[in-house]
Design a protein around this ligand. Sequence first.
Ligand code: AMP
Length: 512
Amino acid sequence: MIKFSDLKLNPKVLKAIEEAGYESPTPIQAGAIPPALEGRDVLGIAQTGTGKTASFTLPMITMLARGRARARMPRSLVLCPTRELAAQVAENFDTYAKHVKLTKALLIGGVSFKEQDTAIDKGVDVLIATPGRLLDHFERGKLILNDVKVMVVDEADRMLDMGFIPDIERIFGLTPFTRQTLFFSATMAPEIERITNTFLSNPERIEVARQATTGENIKQGVLMFKASRKDREATEKRKVLRALIDAEGEKCTNAIIFCNRKMDVDTVAKSLKKYGYDAAPIHGDLEQSQRTRTLDGFRAGSLRFLVASDVAARGLDVPAVSHVFNFDVPSHAEDYVHRIGRTGRAGRDGTAIMICTARDEKNLADVERLVQREIPRLDDPLGGGKPAEAAKPAAPEAEAQAEKPKRTRSRSRKSDDKPKVEAEVPKPVVKAETPEPETKVEGVSPPEPKIEAPEKTDPPKQQDRNNNNRSRNNSNNNNRGGNNDRGGNKVVGLGNHTPDFIELSFEDRQKA
Ligand code: AMP
């Protein structure tokens, strides 16, 4: 087996690797580091979780340890599709270059130009940037790219999805023809192939197995979900999500919950919070400072549930995520691979659970084709086929009750400000004969069979059924409810067919 010490890395880099606790290089590292150190172009087909960041940072630090940067002329450039990924790459440089004197600057949007200008003016060895912000600096005449010796393009397929390819081509054109290029992509779409053919010179191509097709350590499962009524789908889907989370119990130490649309990211996060789950949203429309705060909290373990869009979460390295919940089946099958790659990292076990509506079945078929396996079907944690309180056409009031907070799972909140138990509707019973598939087959264990008595009604809360008192019930969380969380702003006078947008809060309507 190849050892790090076989790879001709700078001894100070080897020391940092040892301190990071890595025993041996991952396949992408063993494949990419030697040609990179020889000055060759590298085409790495690998996704996050494979150790690809170190596969370019380690040789870069080794190469850059010699020589010094000149003002405004960075010696190397790393392009990342998102701010979070750029920040993460910067952290990797800090970790692996801690015994080497290297300067770096992070050029990302949402941060003032002034600080970034100052850093560039001093001269940097490594410039880590998102394409748009880099070009902004270039256009302001603050940056000269003629001295770039190594250029990295990270997550090129995401750059493609985000429409950055023209920017990337332009940046390639601004750097010297003689530069070395290290190019990484999880997939090789035709457009990516074209770019690599144009800008890479006789690259060493290293392809590592896709985590989703080989990730024996990720248990996968999908719940086929059908709402009792079309107009209840959103509400019931969120309820099912909570039941799936609850069914995982203590095993679920933390999780990323993916939604396809930003609006749903907000709604799901709000709804979870309302039910006492420790959740916060992250997506591209949020302030950078808020995104950073949320992410830091999640990494530090003070936030348990991160509700995310694909773009915001792409490439995030949070080493110990126990679960990924796909609230929606992603519309691009590739995203499934990226999403579930957030869990089961660096050899740990992980669980990936998805909710699939009838509308998503085509997307599910695409995902299964891509990962070349059938994702095991899960039993409905709310009683399998026996519609979540919904077979019986519940009165809007009963529905509101059923959607009301049941109990909190927040770590931080004190128990006395938890929403109290009040559900009037008996909790549907999970079939006791539910078979327990062995985890070997990579299905997710179904929820423990349990027979539950109807939950006790908390007498004082009964008055909450009165609309006038509802907001008080939720005031702990300062949450007036999402568009379908009818515990909040119930619109009266439109029967059961209130269009979703009418039920949006004022803030949500502005965002929408
Ligand atoms: P990446 O694919 O770059 O996002 O890395 C995924 C995770 O693997 C990160 O948490 C790294 O710290 C970790 N990692 C990278 N290289 C190694 C290695 N050789 N051994 C163990 N863990 C590693």
